[in-house]
Design a protein around this ligand. Structure first.
Ligand SMILES: *Cc1c(COP(=O)(O)O)cnc(C)c1O
Length: 386
């Protein structure tokens, strides 16, 4: 059989050009071709993030979690206050990172599959001098998208710095960093950007840079903006500089992956993701399945879907996998064993046959498990995709 089709929320299918770029011997970090690739990648991050001119992109070895820790470590000191509009699994993670910096963390809760109440967030911000608002853009455990524009605006209005964990969104969901006034926006390489895992990617606005300079206790040296900023500036200006060895092979791939995102054009890229998400949603509905999240908040990069009570989740996932497609089980504690997740982001969206193959595998496996699934009806919405 062909290699399995990877339809999980990261790592995702990568394009042939990206695969080629991350193959072969590693480039040296002083090689002219590498310097050029790194510089281009940093420049394209500005485009993909829609970043303000004075923001600084960072590329570090690690994962999305590394980028989260870097954002938090450069922002919060002992005794600072942070507010987390909670939306799912990764909200707990960013809150814990803030606590480990010695910050006091308050949480605005939300019901499963719902975003936090924006009025409640505003009320908290009004009443307490928070230094930071720590948000997840798209929650990967429930497929719910926070209203990032509104949250960033609220933070600005109340003098807090906003951080967005965009690990499951950047490159697939619209994020207008400059227009919305977000201060730090981060992701990992293996989600909608379409690289293998291994890079943390952040764009840091001027206010958040200044907050680092005012910290009393600096972050770990390897995660310090101050360690990396001269390096990023140098590469973007076309000269090499050394602090710690960059993941050269992956950076070479990042140049290619971001060029593919940028070549789509950002609006077309977001539309590509929305159209695919709409086709999956219509397909799930045709199978009699419902999303975990409220439809209005459903992300365009991932779907979390409830299984009928009669279907055994483990057997269902095995049935999908036996058809050569890998999807994910539930991640959120309340969704383990009663739901599944499909990542629909990146290069694979240019291959509608693979999207159909995914939906067919889901439908047929459900049928095997005794659910009365009309597989052909679930495939119909994919006909409209180019
Ligand atoms: C995947 C994910 C993370 C964690 O990223 P890693 O690369 O696994 O460290 C954090 N936040 C969100 C929203 C994610 O989807």
């Amino acid at each position: 059989m062909d290699k399995p089709l990877l339809m999980i929320p990261g790592p995702i299918e990568i394009s042939p050009a990206v695969e080629q770029a991350v193959s072969g011997p590693p480039p040296g970090h002083l090689a002219p071709g590498f310097i050029a690739a790194f510089g281009r990648a940093l420049g394209m991050m500005r485009t993909v993030w829609q970043a303000p001119a004075d923001a600084q992109p960072y590329v570090v070895a690690g994962s999305g979690t590394t980028a989260m820790d870097m954002a938090i470590g450069n922002l919060l000191d002992e005794g600072d206050r942070a507010l987390v509009p909670h939306i799912g699994y990764f909200s707990d993670r960013i809150a814990e990172m803030a606590r480990r910096r010695g910050a006091t963390v308050d949480v605005v809760p939300s019901a499963l599959g719902e975003g936090p109440d924006l009025d409640a967030v505003a009320q908290k911000l009004r009443g307490t001098p928070y230094k930071a608002l720590l948000c997840t853009h798209v929650d990967t455990s429930t497929g719910t998208r926070n209203d990032a524009a509104a949250l960033a605006a609220l933070a600005r209005e109340h003098g807090a710095l906003s951080v967005f964990d965009g690990v499951c969104s950047i490159g697939g969901e619209q994020f207008d960093m400059a227009g919305w006034g977000a201060d730090v926006v981060l992701t990992g390489s293996q989600k909608a950007i379409g690289l293998p895992p291994g890079l943390g990617l952040l764009v840091v606005g001027a206010r958040a840079q200044q907050a680092r300079d005012k910290l009393q206790r600096p972050p770990a040296l390897v995660l310090d903006y101050s360690s990396w900023r001269p390096i990023m500036t140098a590469y973007e200006a076309g000269t090499p500089s050394y602090f710690a060895t960059p993941a050269t092979t992956l950076v070479r791939g990042l140049d290619v992956a971001l060029a593919e995102v940028a070549r789509d054009g950002m609006d077309a890229r977001f539309a590509l993701h929305k159209n695919a998400a709409d086709a999956f949603r219509a397909g799930f509905a045709a199978l009699g399945l419902s999303l975990v999240t409220t439809p209005a908040l459903a992300a365009h990069t991932i779907s979390a879907v409830r299984l009928p009570g009669t279907v055994d989740a483990a057997r269902f996932l095995q049935g999908v996998s036996a058809r050569g497609v890998v999807i994910a089980g539930g991640l959120h504690p309340a969704l383990k064993g009663n739901s599944f997740r499909v990542g629909h982001m990146g290069h694979v969206l240019h291959r509608p046959d693979d999207l159909r193959r995914t939906m067919r595998a889901i439908g047929e496996s459900l049928r095997d498990e005794g659910h009365d699934a009309d597989v052909e009806a679930a495939l119909a919405p994919f006909e409209a995709l180019a």
